[in-house]
Design a protein around this ligand. Structure first.
Ligand code: FPP
Length: 247
């Protein structure tokens, strides 16, 4: 079954067997820049073009949730100039994409420590999240100032607070209750996690949520990641047998 007959291989992807949730660790902007003798910031700029393309493909093909690791809790330790440039790029992306997000029924969501982001970015994020809150064709989750361990610490603190206040009993804590206290509350676990630039690590991304996620590591540097490769990865995913620990 296909949703398109275009020449870009969309027709070869089985749209009845798509991952509902794709998560991506977008890595390699710096190496791409070095390879092209450009600044790291120019690498991130090219990386935001790849973001635009992957969002469009998810919407076109019918993936319901896309989570992008755009800024980790560890990324605050990068030089101020680079952090500022990433925040400015994010702001630019939000301003330039909101019209298309609205037209294409895409809803924006943020996971992470939104309170640590600069005020102008927070304002723009809140504006686009409100603008798109009724949209439901694709949920775009941006992981910003996100860390899996920090998310777990926050969840534990919230649960302990509720226990102390007598709102829940410790014995009532189960996987569902934990899910309900994570940033990703209400979002299905990722079916597929893609990491670009060939590093074989998880880098503190969605630690709890990826328990049964299929992993795909590609050597491609994020700015070079295109629709063609994304569709190839979806086809690879469709060939896998997911057993969730069963035989
Ligand atoms: C990793 O590359 C990438 C990041 C830390 C930031 C990701 C940001 C973007 C793709 C652009 C802006 C995002 C949006 C949503 C518009 P790296 O710098 O770690 O690369 P390296 O490992 O090669 O140095």
């Amino acid at each position: 079954m296909s949703s398109s007959s275009s020449s870009d291989n969309l027709s070869e992807v089985d749209t009845s067997n798509l991952p509902s949730h794709v998560a991506i660790i977008m890595d390699g902007n710096g190496r791409w820049a070095k390879k092209h003798r450009l600044s790291r910031i120019q690498g991130h700029e090219k990386g935001s073009d790849a973001v635009r393309a992957v969002v469009r493909t998810c919407r076109e093909i019918g993936v319901s949730h896309l989570t992008l690791y755009a800024f980790s809790t560890e990324n605050w330790q990068r030089p101020k100039k680079e952090v500022d440039a990433l925040m400015a790029l994010l702001n630019k992306f939000l301003r330039s994409e909101q019209k298309e997000m609205q037209e294409k029924n895409i809803r924006l969501n943020v996971i992470g420590q939104i309170e640590r982001l600069p005020q102008d970015v927070r304002r723009e994020l809140n504006k686009v999240m409100t603008l798109t809150e009724k949209n439901n064709a694709l949920y775009l989750h941006l992981a910003l100032s996100y860390g899996g361990r920090a998310e777990i610490v926050r969840m534990v603190q919230e649960l302990i607070k509720k226990c102390k206040m007598g709102q829940i009993q410790p014995e009532a804590i189960n996987e569902q209750l934990i899910n309900e206290h994570l940033y990703t509350q209400g979002i299905p676990d990722p079916d597929l996690l893609i990491r670009t630039s060939g590093e074989m690590r998880i880098s503190n991304f969605l630690l709890w949520q990826i328990a049964y996620t299929e992993l795909y590591i590609t050597p491609t540097l994020w700015p070079d990641f295109d629709k063609q490769e994304f569709l190839q990865i979806l086809k690879d995913y469709q060939r896998r047998e997911r057993r969730f620990g069963r035989v």
